[in-house]
Design a protein around this ligand. Sequence first.
Ligand code: SF4
Ligand code: SF4
Length: 318
Amino acid sequence: MQIMQTPTEANKTGEPKAPLILEIKGNSLDDGPGIRTVIFFKGCPLTCSWCHNPEGKSAAQEIAFDPEQCIDCERCLPVCKRGALEPNNPYFVNRDVCNLCFDCIETCPTGALSRVGKHMEVDAVAAAIEEDMPFFRISGGGVTLSGGEPLLFMDYVSLLLEKLKKIGVHTLIETCGYFSFKEFNIKILPWIKTIYFDLKLFDAIEHKEHCGVDNSLILENFEKLRRAQARSGIELLVRIPLIPGITATDENLSRIAAFLRKNESSRVALLEYNPLWMEKSRKIGRENAIALNGSITAWMKAAEVERCHEIFEGFEIV
Ligand code: SF4
Ligand code: SF4
């Protein structure tokens, strides 16, 4: 099976090529134990139609436009030599014409136009994290690698995790599970404390339809991780995004529950659907079929969530 990888050539200092970082977000209480700093990587091998971080899907830089921030000053219009800024275009930027020179961003006084993704060397990320060490100490927190998919950048992440382990920082990776286990075993497992492992759709055809890839590698990797848990002492938590009509169906959740029972895995997080991703998607000029048909623009009802929880009776739901 071919796994999408980004180039791994080293830079001048011999370090792995720096991937794009979307954001380093401090003071998070939602991405693992204690107060955490979350590093969002840009790029993912999956293309989930409901992705909550659509700006993390592509591993390339993008331009974003936020209409809420725009004051219609039109300072940016003459700056764009390609005529890619179109006031009557609902996305404002014509991405078929834009060559990502980012000249317009410099002139925008409000930040309505912005660059999505910034290359950062490992040392720069580690330095940014070190400032948050006091918060980790008082709260039992640490660093969470999220995305996108951090394991798309295995060499870089390995180096970062090694540095963090040496300075005593608790580390956690949120992964879609689509990676080479052989590489993961050597480069990641020695340095990581906790893995949040996403399972979305159990049926292989539905997984391919909604997430762009077959799920056999993901299920295999989960089974290998369960076996590795005893020797490595890592904490493993399965997370299931509840997407109405797609993943949050009785059949899908029952099949995932049976798979977890077979693997003697009894802790899950059920992530309630959050429709706010659609707004983020529009900012980078993308609409999505499930947004356009309007079928899942609302938050889940309490009864729907309760029904999903019932399927995992006997599990510890966190
Ligand atoms: S990034 Fe460059 S090409 Fe694209 S809209 Fe801005 S100025 Fe024009
Ligand atoms: S410069 Fe910024 S605020 Fe002014 S029109 Fe362009 S995008 Fe809007």
